[in-house]
Design a protein around this ligand. Structure first.
Ligand code: IMP
Length: 426
């Protein structure tokens, strides 16, 4: 029985979707522990592109899919997502935690109003209501999945929440009309009726799966440095993205985790605001953005691009107990004469090896690079041929540098979006 965790080592968008899809082959169940539909996976199967937001990638493998208690779920959005995959002939085998919090329509309004109020200090949220839903959870006025399947209970919870929400939202926007508890109850109970068959105590269900020796794959959304505690606060998401939360967000005991695989993109990207030491605001950054199709799956925004940052990777490897790395999008680096890799930062006249915890400190760090030779641009057929003979010589220095600096082994290399464009390191 294994409990494997997959976690992003950067600012999200490392290509976790494809890798989870790959590893899901050997798992019985795929579980998510945090975040909501702010996540976006693009999966390419047989040349067809799919975008997933709440659902982890294993859904295409017919695996049991579990949306854990640590998630925030937009039921309207989830129903649409389920309808879309059904149209493609995929049958879901879904379980939703009764304790997962619900993203309500007023959370989305709040997200938008708060972002507007931030003016020049925007976080750059996905405007999906993620932050407000987690805020209400912590404030104990959240609505849970167990509530939306019981009309009477839902009405009471919404009436209670609106005591606070109506006042707060009116204070943000003078034209705001107070929300009516009955109307919202009608809407969300409708979603609850559709989703009811999936809602259950997923913690205890997972224990049953463990007792039956089933292999479980836990998938993190976003990435290590978007973590609310360990990321570049306040330019983070509102949940704990690191492996430590894989236990809290599902109920699986942390000692039962058998392996953590980190997903590392061969260069760095970030969506939204915040300091980014290896950012390339030049033609190389533009090249990576275009070559890597670095546009958000959820928001369509352009991602900022930069060189690979091993200070981030080293810190992520340590914090998440990563023993193996899946290296993604290595093909995107092709066609550059030289490649730079940041191994340390210079901070306050000193050379440092771990990512600073404070965002202001990070903003004053300067990257220290090693420069390696690049390699020529190749077609996807060429890539397939090259990898048939193993890791190509021209790439070995890049791989060894990552392994040396992070202390983790690269066990998988992804060189294209299709699941077949994957090399398993022997
Ligand atoms: P929120 O999660 O919508 O509150 O957004 C907070 C920050 O996290 C913003 O900078 C978003 O761009 C970023 N973010 C949220 N989800 C993802 C993701 O899946 N990939 C990359 N960035 C994300």
């Amino acid at each position: 029985m294994t409990v494997n965790v997959i976690v992003g080592m950067q600012w999200g968008d490392e290509g976790k979707g494809k890798i989870t899809d790959y590893y899901a082959r050997n798992a019985h169940a795929v579980v998510r522990y945090q975040g909501g539909n702010n996540a976006g996976h693009t999966i390419v199967r047989n040349g067809k592109k799919y975008s997933l937001h709440h659902l982890p990638s294993g859904v295409f493998e017919g695996k049991e899919i579990i949306l854990g208690n640590g998630m925030v779920i937009d039921p309207k959005f989830l129903i649409d997502e389920l309808n879309t995959i059904k149209k493609h002939g995929v049958e879901e085998n879904l379980h939703i935690s009764d304790n997962a919090n619900v993203i309500m329509s007023y959370h989305i309004i709040q997200d938008e109003l708060e972002e507007n109020l931030r003016g020049g200090k925007k976080i750059g949220t996905t405007k999906k209501g993620i932050g407000p839903a987690y805020t209400d959870k912590v404030n104990r006025i959240g609505i849970r999945m167990a509530d939306i399947i019981d009309r009477e209970r839902l009405l009471k919870r919404i009436e209670y929440a609106l005591i606070f929400k109506n006042r707060y939202l009116a204070s943000l926007d003078s034209s705001f009309k107070p929300l009516n508890a009955e109307d919202i109850t009608d809407e969300y109970f409708k979603y609850g009726t559709v989703l009811k068959k999936f809602v259950k105590d997923t913690r205890n269900y997972l224990y049953t799966l463990q007792e039956e020796n089933k292999d479980i794959l836990i998938e993190g959304a976003q990435g290590t440095f978007l973590d609310i505690d360990h990321g570049t606060y306040p330019f983070t998401t509102s949940s704990n993205t690191v492996t430590g939360n894989a236990s809290t967000g599902t109920g699986i005991p942390f000692r039962d985790i058998t392996k953590v695989t980190g997903i590392l993109k061969a260069y760095t990207t970030r969506v939204g605001e915040g300091p980014f030491p290896t950012e390339l605001k030049n033609n190389i950054g533009k090249y990576l953005m275009e070559n890597g199709h670095e546009f958000g799956t959820t928001t369509g925004r352009m991602r900022r691009c930069g060189w690979l940052d091993l200070v981030m990777a080293r810190t992520a490897a340590k914090m998440n107990s990563i023993s193996e790395i899946s290296l993604t999008k290595i093909d995107v680096l092709s066609g550059l004469d030289v490649l730079k890799v940041c191994t340390h930062y210079e901070y306050d006249g000193k050379k440092i090896k771990y990512f600073p915890s404070d965002v202001e400190d990070l903003a004053s760090c300067r990257p220290i690079y090693e420069t390696l030779p690049g390699w020529k641009k190749m077609s996807s057929e060429d890539w397939k041929m090259v990898f048939e003979a193993g890791i190509p010589d021209f790439m070995k220095e890049y791989i060894l540098l990552i392994e040396r600096e992070t202390g983790a082994k690269i066990s998988l290399i992804s060189y294209g979006p299709d699941r077949e464009e994957t090399y398993i390191v022997k």
